[in-house]
Ligand binder design. Structure first.
Ligand code: SF4
Ligand code: SF4
Length: 453
């Protein structure tokens, strides 16, 4: 039976999200922290291009797996998906139209490094309502610290050119900013750059935690892409991290630094994923991010050859669920193995997490980062725990306020008035509200310093 014919099984449907990698791990850049580049080693000899019959089967199975749902998201990721060329995505739209149920809305998202986006791509995205996630790590110097091309050359100008095309054409876009050793100490600068210089209204901050074993650490420090000699395959193993990885403390401080600006001027105007997720947890709703949900397992990854993995962060042999040419996507998504994967997020929490005062907001973070030990020696603590605790405790009072406003049917943005009133009476030499140890007038009490680049 060919991939095109495989019938939809009759199993219970539950919401899920699939990141498809039509070009596998192949990318035109060589960002030093991008461990995904090493996944090329999983498919040595492959052309790394999703074949047309597989694309058709994927779209059909994805839509079937969503049953009568009014909306289905087709999410493209990489590597760099724009390397597939526009015709690939035009064909994808044809298959979407062919397989969608009457009245069903198909939403396309694409995550890109932006360097190949020209006017034609931007027009295509706008005309077909693509939501574009653009990777940008901050102002020039911070962005170029790790986001370089195969020759090690900076990419900032190329990304900004791509962004200009997106903005000129009115494409919906989000900023995806990874946090690492270079930019994590510059929360306010990164935030104001994304908001004011780039015009971002939606931002995601993604902590870089490159896990490795002690033996592989020197090689891992050299990077995972084409410029690194003898790069290993990245796996979720070991309890060391590369020198580029963000520390727990840096992550917590970054979020607090951004929050202290956001809560004064941008609530309801700029959407920072982590703040939306936190508010959902304080309000008692299911958050949109698996990392801070009780369980996970509904965000899977599809490789260019039809292989499905439990999660984008677990594209490695032990977490291969099967291939959509042999088993219907819905069967893989709903398999006992995948359910266990998701349930384990909660069931493997150490006692320290179970007793934690902010567990309702944190839920132990992503299992991929749980390789530290708790103060009482139990394994399985999240490497970013100290940062989570600092951030969630810091935002407790304002999150309670915003959740209360929501319950009253009022806009959370009203909290900005409270901050304005309190700030008006704040002595210049009072400690800054961010808790960073500096005086108010020298910290969040004054506009952010100019672009550090
Ligand atoms: S392993 Fe982490 S990234 Fe993957 S689905 Fe679970 S929480 Fe999300
Ligand atoms: S903050 Fe730390 S202890 Fe608390 S739930 Fe999160 S990872 Fe566990």
């Amino acid at each position: 039976m060919s991939t095109v014919d495989l019938p939809a099984p009759t199993v219970r449907r539950r919401p899920f999200h699939l990141l498809a990698k039509p070009a596998g791990a192949i990318c035109n850049l060589d960002c030093t922290y991008c461990f995904f580049l090493s996944k090329e080693l999983l498919y040595e000899g492959s052309r790394f291009r999703m074949a047309d019959d597989l694309l058709d089967a994927y779209i059909r199975q994805l839509i079937e797996a969503h049953g009568p749902a009014p909306e289905v998201t087709v999410a493209w990721q990489g590597g760099e998906p724009t390397l597939m060329g526009l015709d690939f995505f035009r064909r994808s739209l044809e298959y979407e139209h062919r397989h969608a149920r009457p009245g069903q809305r198909i939403v396309n998202t694409i995550q890109t490094n932006g360097t190949l986006i020209d006017a034609e791509w931007a027009r295509f995205f706008r005309d077909n309502d693509f939501l574009v996630g653009l990777s940008v790590d901050g102002p020039r110097e911070l962005h170029d610290a790790h986001r370089v091309d195969k020759g090690g050359r900076p990419t900032f100008d190329r990304v900004m050119r791509g962004l200009d095309h997106l903005r000129e054409h009115g494409v919906q876009w989000n900023a995806l900013t990874t946090l690492h050793d270079a930019n994590a100490g510059h929360g306010r600068e990164v935030y104001s750059f994304l908001r004011d210089d780039c015009g971002a209204a939606h931002m995601q901050f993604i902590p870089i935690v490159e896990r490795t074993t002690a033996d592989a650490l020197p090689l891992a420090n050299d990077g995972w892409g084409a410029r690194a000699e003898d790069r290993p395959l990245y796996r979720q193993q070991g309890d060391r991290v590369t020198e580029r990885s963000v520390t727990a403390r840096q992550y917590g401080r970054f979020l607090i630094d951004v929050f202290e600006d956001w809560v004064r001027t941008d609530v309801g105007r700029v959407h920072v994923q982590m703040f939306d997720v936190a508010l959902a947890n304080w309000y008692g709703e299911q958050p949109s991010l698996c990392v801070h949900s009780r369980t996970c397992g509904s965000a899977l990854a599809l490789e260019h050859n039809g292989d499905v993995y439990s999660c984008d962060h677990f594209v490695e042999p032990d977490h291969l669920l099967g291939n959509i040419g042999e088993r219907h996507l819905l069967e893989l998504v709903d398999s006992p193995r995948q359910r266990t994967f998701g349930q384990d997020k909660h069931d493997t929490l150490p006692r320290y997490c179970l007793d934690c005062d902010v567990r309702f907001a944190c839920h132990g973070g992503c299992p991929k980062d749980r390789f530290d030990t708790t103060p009482d020696g139990e394994p399985g603590l999240n490497h970013l725990c100290a940062g989570f605790q600092e951030f969630f405790r810091h935002v407790d009072a304002p999150m309670r306020t915003m959740a209360q406003l929501l319950r009253q049917g009022l806009a959370p943005a009203l909290i900005m008035r409270q901050y304005a009133t309190a700030d008006a009476d704040r002595p210049h030499n009072a400690p800054c509200t961010c808790g960073g140890g500096r005086k108010w007038a020298r910290c969040h009490g004054r506009p952010v310093a100019a672009d550090p680049s």
